[in-house]
Design a protein around this ligand. Structure first.
Ligand code: ADP
Ligand code: ZN
Length: 616
């Protein structure tokens, strides 16, 4: 009975605390299941709205909800956002001093919090277990649940201890698990290792329609990057680089050009990392240049672009990092600057990554092998002429339209160019080299032979004696590499994932001996720049939006919270469009709940009134 009553209340809570009127895909089913006491497993993309899926049941359950999260910054952020929405919440993790920890534990004992975020390590400490045993815990929500899988990059041994913790509680609470990582293997791991009981499993779509994907092949990455960032001056963005060194130089370069950039990587002191991250969160620095060490758990919702200066190691990693753009639902750009040299860097990073001590040597080898296969998938994303969104969705096994109409490839025109003659030369060159040396070599040496390079290694191997030497001397190395990739994508060549060496497939015969035509898709007009499309906001009232943004900035500063904790960009956009005049109208704005309305309503309404009177 209790459950049924709650089902009606969930819309009320959604409106009152969070200021939204409708649930997003998957949210409602997941919430309902938890409210009637069933375990759940929710798989939703970044920005899909996982937090509400456990926060609403938390608010409607009699007891306390524990949220297990590995991400310190995320906890802080979520707690800040909850408090601002009028929910009593706290977090326990290593960032607290002993004194703060003692106080927080006391408050928990006194029943002051409805939702408590804890790091998984905490569940292993006796002090916390004893405390937990004395509490009425209704729900345990496991965030980033894929961390329990030993096969993923984010494996956390402490996640394996969650089950022990649950076993020690006097009564097993409802357990819910959430992640954005999709593969079936990981899903299965989560169910099994968390011992979920007949969980309702909801997998929502992975598409993020507001993200525009694009791959750019710049001849000069620095200038291209600068152009892309300058075009997006009014937005916040992240630039991901593969190495610390690249982070340093890119960040410096941007700063010298007057862009308020900051940096983040594992080589910086804790203090500097904390400071830089905060500068970015609070919009003091609008561009964060970082390695992939940055971002796990960064909940900043107003990231307008994510640019990858280097190609990441896998499509999962790419989608996760790029997915940090546009969490507020606004249009955002995900641009990857690709150069074939990135493949070598990525391969090197995979082959030299530190060994996971929890795995056997055979398992490690398997993991490495899988990493290299994932790398190939990533490379094909960079070189495909097809719809980029479609490519990603295929990978995650989700059906989709053939063309999305909102990615770099869909927005450009492709023309087919006949490259049969060059293809024959390239294939026969690959064959001759192999014949001559007795083993296969990588793309750069093949291209070197074809352009007739005098490089040392090539001469030492006497590859200049081959009949195919210098056959394509009027073609650039880059064009040759494009053709190599094209031949691979059409099944005539195969790159060994481990060594990068190229060999012919059986199918190559068709081109070499049977006169088969080879066509390569080429962009009609290769573009390096993308015009920034006006966001939905621009079509409403940009001037009012700017006024509201200014006010938000001031309020956030006074309260010492990031701007998006006050209101998200999406909320400001809706506010600018609706231009409310009364408190009732103000409450209609998406993202405005009771608490925020009473806290900020007066000032925003006043600003809108003033704006309107000046305009007329
Ligand atoms: P995730 O954890 O899945 O990456 P979040 O829980 O942080 O995503 O939610 C992303 C954004 O979407 C947040 O700004 C959140 O307030 C917003 N959001 C969540 N649910 C809804 C909803 N039903 N309607 C509108 N916005 C929502
Ligand atoms: Zn597309």
């Amino acid at each position: 009975m209790e459950g049924v009553r709650h089902l009606d209340q969930k819309h009320l809570v959604l409106q009152q605390y969070f200021g939204y009127t409708v649930f997003r895909g998957g949210q409602e089913e997941l919430i309902d299941a938890q409210l009637v006491g069933r375990d759940v497993l929710g798989i939703m993309p970044t920005g899909g709205g996982k937090s509400l899926c456990y926060q609403i049941p938390a608010l409607l359950s009699p007891g306390i909800t524990l949220v297990i999260s590995p991400l310190i910054s995320l906890m802080k952020d979520q707690v800040m956002a909850l408090k601002n929405a009028g929910v009593s919440a706290a977090f326990l993790n290593s960032s607290l001093t002993q004194e703060q920890m003692r106080k927080a534990m006391g408050n928990i004992r006194a029943g002051m919090y409805k939702i408590i975020y804890v790091a998984p390590e905490r569940l292993e400490t006796e002090g916390f277990v004893t405390l937990a045993q004395s509490l009425n815990i209704s729900l345990v929500a496991v965030d980033e649940a894929h961390c329990i899988s030993q096969w993923g990059q984010d494996f956390r041994p402490s996640y394996l201890k969650i089950v022990d913790f649950l076993d020690r509680l006097p009564q097993r609470p409802v357990v819910s698990a959430f992640t954005a990582t999709a593969t079936l293997q990981v899903q299965e791991d989560i169910r099994q290792m968390l011992k979920l009981r007949d969980p309702l499993c909801v997998v929502t779509g992975f598409d993020r329609p507001n993200l525009r994907f694009e791959v750019v092949r710049p001849s000069n990455k620095e200038t291209t990057l600068l152009g892309l960032v300058t075009e997006r001056k009014t937005k916040c963005g992240i630039v991901y680089c593969a190495t610390r060194k690249a982070v340093e130089s890119v960040c410096q370069d941007l700063q010298e050009k007057g862009i308020p950039a900051t940096r983040y990587h594992a080589g910086l002191s804790d203090e500097e990392r904390r400071q830089n991250q905060e500068d970015f969160l609070y919009d003091r620095s609008t561009v964060m240049v970082a390695t992939n060490a940055f971002g796990m758990g960064i909940d900043k919702s107003n990231v307008g672009f994510v640019i990858h200066y280097n190609m990441p190691k896998s499509l999962e990693a790419y989608y996760q990092e790029a997915g940090r753009a546009g969490r507020d639902g606004e249009k955002a750009d995900c641009i990857l600057l690709y150069s074939p040299g990135d493949i070598q860097t990525a391969r090197y990073l995979i082959q030299n990554s530190p060994d996971n001590e929890d795995l056997t040597p055979e398992q490690r080898e398997l993991v490495r092998r899988q990493d290299l296969i994932r790398l190939n998938t990533m490379v094909r994303y960079c070189t495909t002429g097809g719809c980029l969104r479609g490519y990603i969705l295929d990978y995650f096994g989700q059906p989709h339209e053939p063309r999305c109409g909102n990615c770099g490839n869909c927005l450009r025109e492709l023309v087919e160019v006949d490259i049969t003659r060059q293809a024959q030369m390239i294939l026969s060159c690959v064959h001759r080299i192999r014949d001559h040396l007795g083993y296969a070599v990588g793309a750069s040496l093949v291209a070197g032979v074809l352009v007739g390079s005098r490089e040392k290694r090539l001469l030492e191997l006497r590859l200049d004696r081959l009949s195919t030497y210098g056959l394509l001397k009027d073609t650039s190395r880059r064009q040759i590499r494009d053709m190599l990739e094209c031949l691979e994508s059409q099944g005539y060549l195969h790159t060994d994932p481990a060594y990068g060496s190229i060999s012919l497939t059986a199918q190559a015969r068709e081109v070499l001996f049977q006169g088969k035509t080879v066509c390569m898709p080429v962009w009609e007009q290769p573009r390096e720049k993308t015009p920034v499309k006006p966001s939905a906001v621009l079509q409403t009232d940009q001037a009012l939006y700017d006024v509201l943004r200014e006010l938000r900035y001031r309020l956030a500063k006074t309260e010492n919270v990031p701007a998006y904790i006050v209101f998200s960009n999406a909320t400001l956009g809706d506010m600018a469009a609706k231009a409310p005049e009364t408190m009732d109208e103000f409450l209609q704005v998406s993202g405005v709940g009771q608490q925020k309305a009473s806290r900020y309503g007066k000032e925003f309404l006043e600003a809108i009134r003033q704006y309107k009177s000046e305009k007329t």
